[in-house]
Design a protein around this ligand. Structure first.
Ligand code: SF4
Length: 347
């Protein structure tokens, strides 16, 4: 089989190439990424991939296109949907076209390894391009090897990027790490805020938190089922209940985070992260792994909290188990996607 593998960067290619080779598929790597900015970043990723493919003896084609202007022109009208409206189609269309015109049997992409990408939308776009250019799209759920690939890339000393690629994704990362306190007039200063945070396990009336739990999981029936045997934790700031979480035991090694929700007025202040850190510290005394089932939109948040190993997808979970349609922002919830966090990790 002649496979053209669209490749976004060297670290993401590691697991994809290794696993394809285990299947006796020898991919040809195809670099076409007009979404990576600024130019120094584009060059760093491209040059690292050149060296890496050479070192492992993989054929690689480099389609040069530093497409900053075209990229910005095409996404500026709808920045929130830039990935699916422009960035995925432009890269996968070029890959499918090149594959068809140059005698390949099929094409695929290393974007399928990343839990940060919108996996189902990638499949949808790739299938559209396969149809348009009358060529097969080879789907593999490379996410199972994301952590393994990243670890190997670090060991090999490959260039590890800090953001997805476009300037808008760079801005998101930058803002997330920047202290956004406004400047105050001369002579004024911020008073230090004392975080009087207490997290405790609720032993008595767990049902008093049903209304808050319903904000993250709209089925009272399902909540009641896991609440029965689950541990419920409450994070309080001063006297206010701010964030709650429910954890159940699956087997001798594994627990599952079934629900975590922060009251609306406290969202965006890192309380859920604090709760997850507390839970991980607490359960790692006896368990090895914590699972979480989530929707596509929330995967990046959980991956950042260490849930970086893809486990499984339960297709149509939200359609089959809920009476009404469930929406997460503008995304209709259909599948439940599981990731896990290794509780034995040192950090
Ligand atoms: S965030 Fe990543 S996938 Fe989305 S538009 Fe930017 S570079 Fe492309």
């Amino acid at each position: 089989m002649k496979l053209l593998l669209h490749t976004c960067c060297a670290p993401c290619s590691v697991y994809c190439i290794d696993s394809l080779r285990k299947e006796n598929i020898e991919p040809t790597v195809y670099w076409f990424n007009p979404n990576i900015h600024p130019y120094t970043e584009y060059k760093a990723r491209r040059d690292c991939l050149k060296e890496y493919t050479k070192s492992i003896g993989v054929e690689a084609i480099f389609e040069e296109n530093y497409g900053l202007k075209d990229f910005c022109k095409n996404v500026i009208g709808d920045l929130d949907n830039r990935c699916q409206n422009y960035c995925y189609p432009v890269r996968l269309e070029q890959t499918a076209k090149y594959a068809k015109e140059n005698g390949f049997d099929t094409f695929s992409t290393t974007l399928l390894v990343s839990p940060y990408q919108k996996h189902d939308l990638l499949i949808k776009v790739a299938e559209q391009m396969a149809k348009k250019y009358d060529i097969d799209f080879l789907y593999r759920d490379f996410r199972v090897g994301f952590r393994e690939g990243q670890n190997k890339a670090r060991e090999l000393g490959l260039y590890m990027q800090k953001y997805c690629g476009c300037v808008f994704s760079e801005q998101q990362i930058f803002l997330a790490h920047t202290n956004t306190k406004p400047n105050l007039p001369e002579g004024f200063e911020f008073l230090p805020v004392k975080r009087n945070i207490i997290i405790s396990k609720e032993k008595n009336d767990k049902k008093q938190y049903i209304n808050l739990l319903l904000e993250a999981d709209p089925s009272e029936k399902i909540i009641q089922e896991y609440l029965k045997d689950g541990d419920l934790f409450v994070l309080r700031y001063k006297d206010d209940v701010v964030c709650i979480a429910v954890v159940t035991k699956l087997d001798n090694d594994t627990v599952e985070l079934k629900n975590i929700v922060t009251k609306e007025e406290f969202r965006g202040e890192g309380y859920a992260k604090k709760m997850i850190k507390y839970l991980a510290d607490n359960y790692k005394q006896r368990y090895k792994k914590m699972l979480v089932g989530t929707t596509e939109n929330n995967i990046p948040f959980y991956v950042k909290q260490g849930f970086d190993k893809y486990e499984k997808t339960i297709k149509n979970f939200f359609v089959d188990n809920y009476d009404e349609e469930i929406w997460d922002g503008d995304l209709k919830c259909i599948d439940l996607i599981y990731y896990s966090k290794n509780l034995t990790d040192k950090n």
